[in-house]
Design a protein around this ligand. Structure first.
Ligand code: HEM
Length: 398
């Protein structure tokens, strides 16, 4: 299909207000070639589902190289997120050992304690604060460090920098050499730290995720040291940023919707409903990338073999053929679980249960601690990112 629509994922207008663009693309150009990036984009729910459930057509093999390029911290082995079935199944079965509902529940007291500590610090500082940088961004990075079993001093001083640098490598094409050098240093440091930690946990297992991973065994299969290292990186990378956007967006939704605010102040189940609809309404991840394994015919257009395909899960989450009145935040929407913000198919988010739990506690506990919390301004700005969607800053008054 040829189109006169200009969909430019780098344009500030799209990045601030993407939903009108998605609606137009679903209607007029569901399969679209983005000239400026030389990639293809897909916008309708059923097509996005197809990209996630048909790895034979849409491969994940270039995921890490697209996201991290030269900064892949473990180039020795393919990452779980870049592996297609059947190889993916082996890694996933072993990784699942670290994320059973039982293991995740056991992390809960530690997560709550960590959030309490962050809230204590904010309360002690007093006055208005930035909910994003002073709170939401600190929750997942500290939780990830804690559950991996990183030393608390390292977690406090280094882990945040390593993680931020790893995440920044996604923008490597626009960063100056000095910044790239910093990322290189972080990658070397984090690799050295976790290599040592893995060796230590092999000698003396502890109550943490690294220990579970080094001991994970299924059908007489175990993870190699490089595979454990690779998994640790993807947990750090995948688990550290997106939950922070979800937490801030959920607060934003609550301020705009009294019913959501009441639910967020309620029990765990009502809070979970706020988190679920926030995933759908404000998907922190805009798209997932795949590679076409052969020429693919879709809606009269041919996506050539080897093309990079951006599958817009954030658009699918607002598809009017699946969700009634999709632009409205509707608490307890009957089919909210069909949202694709955590993916679908073989690569469905490994940390989904943990992510939801962490976000629910982070939102609920902040509202408990600060019963009169309110935004300083109604105007908000979203991050200038073509990949994730999250608030750049959210100043609030306790
Ligand atoms: C709460 C916010 C989160 C969001 C929005 C999110 C989103 C996603 C999405 C969309 C995928 C699918 C990727 C694909 O198909 O290419 C994914 C996969 C993954 N996520 Fe999450 N995630 C979140 C939290 C977490 C957490 C807390 C962790 C771990 C600590 C985590 C670890 C992973 C891993 C390891 C994968 C790859 C799974 C595989 O390839 O089999 N995520 N996530």
């Amino acid at each position: 299909m040829t189109t006169t629509l200009r969909f430019d994922p780098l344009s500030p207008d799209y990045q601030q207000n993407p939903f009108g663009y998605y609606r137009a693309m679903r209607r007029d150009a569901p399969v679209h070639h983005i000239e400026s990036l030389g990639v293809w984009a897909i916008f309708r729910y059923p097509d996005v589902v197809e990209t996630l459930k048909r790895p034979d057509l849409y491969s994940s093999k270039d995921w890490i190289i697209n996201a991290l390029g030269e900064f892949d911290p473990v180039p020795e082995v393919p990452s779980i997120i870049s592996t297609d079935p059947p190889d993916h199944a082996r890694l996933r079965r072993l990784a699942n050992r670290a994320f059973t509902p039982g293991v995740t529940r056991a992390m809960e007291p530690g997560i709550r304690a960590l959030i309490t500590e962050l809230l204590d610090e904010i309360e002690a500082r007093g006055g208005e604060f930035d909910f994003v940088s002073e709170y939401a961004a600190n929750v997942p990075v500290n939780v990830t460090a804690q559950i991996l079993g990183a030393d608390p001093v390292i977690a406090r001083n280094e882990f945040k920098r390593w993680t931020a640098d790893l995440i920044r490598s996604a923008s490597r094409s626009v960063l100056p050499e000095a910044e790239l050098a910093k990322i290189r240093t972080s990658v070397t440091e984090v690799r050295a730290y976790f290599t040592e930690l893995i060796a230590e946990r092999r000698r003396r297992p502890a109550e943490d995720l690294v220990s579970v991973l080094v001991q994970a065994e299924e059908d007489q299969q175990v993870l190699t040291a490089d595979e454990v290292l690779s998994l640790i990186f993807i947990l750090q990378f995948g688990g550290a940023e997106t939950p922070s956007h979800l937490i801030s967006s959920a607060l934003y939704e609550c301020f705009r919707n009294p019913e959501a605010m009441a639910a967020a102040r309620g029990d765990e189940e009502s809070r979970a409903a706020v988190i679920d609809e926030t995933f759908r309404h404000m998907s922190p991840v805009r798209f997932l990338s795949r590679t076409a394994t052969r020429d693919i015919e879709l809606h009269g257009t041919t996506i050539p073999a080897d093309s990079m395909v951006l599958s817009y899960i954030a658009s699918a989450c607002r598809d009017e053929t699946v969700f009634d009145d999709p632009d409205r935040f509707v608490l307890n929407r009957p089919n909210v679980s069909r949202h694709l913000a955590l993916g679908m198919g073989p690569h469905y988010c490994l940390g989904a249960v943990l992510g939801k739990l962490m976000c629910g506690h982070a939102l609920g506990m902040a509202l408990e601690r600060f019963p009169n919390l309110r935004p300083v301004s109604d105007e908000v700005e979203w991050l200038p990112s073509f990949w994730v969607r999250g608030l750049a800053e959210y100043r609030v008054r306790p």
